[in-house]
Design a protein around this ligand. Sequence first.
Ligand SMILES: [Zn+2]
Length: 112
Amino acid sequence: MPIYEYRCEECRKLSSFLLLRASEIIEPRCNHCGSTNVRRVISRVTVLKSEEKRLETLLDPAKLSDFDENDPRSVERLVRRMGRELGDELGEDFEKSMEEALGDESSPSEDA
Ligand SMILES: [Zn+2]
């Protein structure tokens, strides 16, 4: 059964939804504050959290003191920096193919 996880944009908490059928349509809503302002996250919550942390660090205003959005070179520098940190857009498919490539079926679950 697929489990979908959504992060609330209001209170930043995670809500999990268990779907009985993959075709089932849900209206995701925060279980904590009831907000519908939620964003789908991939199941590797621990990985995602650490990457978000890194992204937050990268987007720390203190580190963007030299960033000028009107300067293409400055933008490019930031994008390159972010690309180095995060890799390119690593989607679910990438993770899946990585897992298949590694052939590790027995990795312990990171779910708390
Ligand atoms: Zn919430």
